[in-house]
Write a protein that binds this ligand. Structure first.
Ligand SMILES: Cc1cc2nc3c(=O)[nH]c(=O)nc-3n(C[C@H](O)[C@H](O)[C@H](O)COP(=O)(O)OP(=O)(O)OC[C@H]3O[C@@H](n4cnc5c(N)ncnc54)[C@H](O)[C@@H]3O)c2cc1C
Length: 162
């Protein structure tokens, strides 16, 4: 393993951060996920994800991708009560001024709160349960190199924490 593939740092421990950490854990010896919020109870909303209580649809392809990274995720969502539905038969499609006929198309999707989905993914993420650092981990984002800003040809140097 080369020196550059020893440690990856991901900022933001929500859906994209968790999935990214899941993929990177196959390639890096160590992955650190820095989240600004303190994770509370799995089903408690937190400030960084204001849409947490809203319903989200996880479509068929998305579930396949998640399953590749986090095996048995689908089964866990079913156990947690996430309703699975057929995208052709169980939901109405309004198009070209009218409701389309309902047909069982075999494409299954999930309808879950964003909170439930994230909590189930988090259970399966590498390094769960999360470990707080000596101080509450708090990310400032990516630090630009001094001088040129991103967009002016400036390089992004790396993460900065406090
Ligand atoms: C009303 C609504 C309905 C939606 N419906 C769907 C749907 O049906 N299906 C679907 O697939 N998508 C849906 N989406 C989109 C989906 O919610 C987002 O695409 C998804 O949450 C993006 O995830 P993310 O991890 O990129 O960012 P976010 O979920 O926004 O998370 C960002 C994370 O980064 C953390 N953070 C921020 N700044 C810092 C920092 N400086 N240091 C450390 N951590 C930091 C935050 O605390 C948070 O945990 C919907 C969105 C909304 C608003």
């Amino acid at each position: 393993m080369s020196a550059s593939s020893e440690h990856a740092i991901v900022y933001g421990g929500s859906m994209v951060g968790l999935v990214t950490a899941g993929v990177l854990s196959r390639h890096f010896a160590r992955v650190t996920l820095v989240e600004r919020d303190v994770y509370g109870d799995a089903l408690q909303p937190r400030k960084g994800v204001p849409q947490a209580l809203l319903n989200h649809a996880l479509l068929t392809r998305g579930m396949r991708v998640f399953q590749e990274i986090f095996p048995a995720l689908e089964q866990r969502l079913v156990e947690a009560g996430g309703p699975r539905f057929d995208m052709g038969a169980d939901q109405g499609w309004f198009a070209h001024g009218g409701w389309r006929p309902r047909v069982d198309c075999g494409l299954r999707a999930f309808s879950v709160s964003r909170l439930l989905l994230e909590s189930v993914v988090r259970e399966r993420a590498p390094g769960h349960p999360p470990r707080a650092g000596p101080r509450r981990p708090r990310g400032d984002g990516l630090a630009d190199t001094p001088g040129p800003r991103a967009g002016d040809g400036g390089a992004v140097e790396g993460p900065r924490g406090r």
